[in-house]
Design a protein around this ligand. Sequence first.
Ligand SMILES: Cc1ncc(COP(=O)(O)O)c(C=O)c1O
Ligand SMILES: N[C@@H](CCCC[NH3+])C(=O)O
Length: 444
Amino acid sequence: MNKELDVVVTQVKESVWPVTAYPRQDGDMAVGGIGLAKLAERFGTPLHVMDEEDVRRRCRAFTRAFPEADVAYAGKAFLCRVMAGWIASEGLSLDVCSAGELAVARTAGFPARKVLMHGNAKTPDDLRAALSYGVGRIVVDSFSEITRLAAMAAGGTTPRPRLMVRVTPGVDGHTHEAISTGTDDQKFGFSLASGAAAEAIQRVIAQRRLELVGLHCHIGSQITDLDAFDLSARRMIGLLAAVRDAHGITLPQLDLGGGFGVPYREGDPELDPQALADRLHRVLREACDENRLPVPKITIEPGRAIAARAGVTVYRVVSVKHAASGGLLVAVNGGMSDNPRPGLYGARYSVRLIGRKSLGGDRTATVVGRHCEAGDVLVKDAQFPADIRPGDLLAIPCTGAYHHSMASNYNLVPRPPVLAVREGRARLMIRRETEEDLLRRDAG
Ligand SMILES: Cc1ncc(COP(=O)(O)O)c(C=O)c1O
Ligand SMILES: N[C@@H](CCCC[NH3+])C(=O)O
């Protein structure tokens, strides 16, 4: 490797770009051994690019840190058949939360026993799909779901469903309110504090056609506070001990959910899988000793921590405007339809000009989307060369999780494709939607 390249490679040891990313001397950024500008020419923009190596390394970081646990990728972050194949080949389980996600898993040949189904309002169709595929676990989230599942299992030819009860442990993960799920008084789970969790456990145990294998909690997403995971683990072990005392049953499994935070911009905090594992192992051992319980089989469910940093989105600049106050507005050919996160959670990103060398002279600008809302802002206070102009390509890193999976057709804009890159080769994971796709579903 020549010296100059060595220097630039060091620069992209930034944690927000995929592991294989490096800036090229022509101003482009390569991911998976291919220049993003080249991909944009070939596949059009906006374009989501996923670095396979990055996904695989993140999977391995978790399986290495948690060798005795079941690591289940949370498919809501990003799922398609190619992704399911990577996840299966890395030995992970898969968490799905709808019949649609399950259909992807099923048609990708994901082993049924390694699938868990979640959802606070699973429909009868979701449950039927889960039972007929024979998923390994269903995480129940309401009293009516317990009754419904018992009725379905009573008439069925399927094996006895294996259930976990989702518990709300009353723990604040200190994340955005919209993605905080561990505190009481929100829609997920059965409250530990109110006694609803104990009641749900009792009802599942009372149903002979249902098998209770353990308890589940998930305190929220984009969490970097280890103390929050520590507290919820302790509370869940306390509940396992209470179940033993009340029912004489030692439940073998405990699922501690996902929610492990990632940096979106340089300097953002990040949760290291090994640090998390070390802390959880210690806490679980202590809490189990105190309660005279064996350490249960642990499941964790990382979604974002596996998919986010593998993704980069490439946009083309459509217009450059000076706002009345003098600020520069750089408008691109995507926006809140492919990335609703700034609008929903105030998420902040970085952005980079790619595909040409800059003539220098940095200036601050705001990257805005193409949609009919003033709030359609992708990146605030971005640094660009002074000569930024229509036709330029911009790349936003850290878009592998909760981007394509949350994309919409607002303004009837077709959703971008997702491309997998590895060792100089690109393959389509999800094709670009077309106007024909949108018109085909219009029944008029
Ligand atoms: C039950 C459950 N498990 C796992 C996840 C994955 O979360 P994250 O992508 O933050 O790891 C979620 C989403 O927050 C979830 O609701
Ligand atoms: N959609 C959220 C995460 C929610 C996690 C799902 N329970 C985000 O983009 O940050």
